[in-house]
Design a protein around this ligand. Structure first.
Ligand SMILES: C[S@@+](CC[C@H](N)C(=O)[O-])C[C@H]1O[C@@H](n2cnc3c(N)ncnc32)[C@H](O)[C@@H]1O
Length: 283
């Protein structure tokens, strides 16, 4: 355990350092380093530990390679380099049991994205949304919250248990938003928030009905979307890129307000619907 804690983070650190400084790391260097450590353990008579470490490292090494490919994807110079990295990452994922299903399985995809998720959306955007949603009072339900709840003390819901693991909060619910029912009683929340989530949900109409059901009579729904996709990489699980106008159409039977707000060079779309005016005329 100590070895894992000390050596692996060190090799990860070296790799990340080399990558972020645009230096090429050679895998051979890292393997040489690991081998040296294994030899040292053997010299100390710790053969069992050395063998365990080698086995652990071969898997861990592949896992590192996988994450490095994803990391480098963000810095690739063109489409063909991105495709190459993606293909290589997919091949590695097929060999590691815990990565099986990546990237086609949506839940697995987001589990993997959970690694350092909070930092993947610029801080100024996070803080802006946090401030805007700060007006909400009472019990909030955060749908598809990932690892970043914008509203304190919310009930956090996501289908990725890995995302939820790193989210700050005590009330966490693992649930797929494509399911027919939300796992809550009628009239149980003062607000429901959905930030950068609507694009990934196929059955939005059903979800909106359910949101209406779980909101109390003065409750409101707040949806935040980015006008431009937040990152091309996540688009592979997008059902449709929705902006305010599309959401307005989907929510046409409900009373909605749509407002665009600029944060730096990004335009955010805030959609707000109140339960009282949130009437489904098609019933
Ligand atoms: C782009 S991330 C946004 C996360 C968070 N709201 C934020 O702003 O950082 C999309 C989130 O939606 C979740 N998600 C996608 N499809 C889902 C589904 N069908 N059911 C529940 N959660 C889902 C993902 O796991 C992920 O955490």
């Amino acid at each position: 355990m100590k070895l894992k804690q000390l050596v692996i983070p060190m090799t990860k650190y070296i790799k990340t350092f080399l990558l972020t400084n645009n230096m090429k790391f050679t895998k051979a260097d890292i393997i040489k380093n690991i081998e040296k450590k294994i030899q040292k353990l053997i010299k100390l008579g710790k053969t069992k530990e050395a063998l365990k470490f080698r086995h652990f490292h071969s898997q861990e090494d592949m896992r590192d390679d996988f994450y490095n490919k994803l990391f480098m994807w963000g810095y690739a110079k063109d489409k063909s380099e991105r495709e190459k990295l993606f293909k290589e990452a997919k091949e590695i994922a097929g060999k590691i049991p815990e990565l099986k299903g990546w990237p086609s399985n949506a839940r697995k995809f987001w589990d993997i994205q959970s690694y350092g998720w909070s930092g993947k959306i610029p801080k100024e955007i996070r803080l802006f949304i946090k401030k805007e949603l700060g007006v909400l009072k009472g019990k909030n339900l955060s749908l598809g919250c990932g690892s970043y709840p914008y509203v304190e003390d919310s009930v956090l819901l996501d289908f990725s248990s890995e995302m939820l693991k790193s989210a700050k909060g005590s009330k966490k619910v693992v649930h797929d938003l494509e399911e027919k029912k939300l796992p809550f009683k009628d009239d149980s929340f003062d607000s429901v928030t959905m930030v950068f989530v609507a694009d990934y949900i196929k059955n939005l109409r059903n979800l909106f009905q359910e949101i209406r059901r779980v909101l109390n009579k003065d409750g409101r729904l707040m949806i935040v979307q980015s006008k431009k996709p937040i990152d091309d990489f996540y688009r592979m699980h997008e059902k449709k890129h929705l902006v305010g106008v599309d959401l307005k159409k989907i929510l046409a039977n409900f009373g909605v307000d749509v407002e665009e707000k600029k944060v730096g060079n990004r335009v955010l779309v805030f959609v707000e619907a109140k339960k009282l005016t949130f009437i489904n005329k098609r019933r």
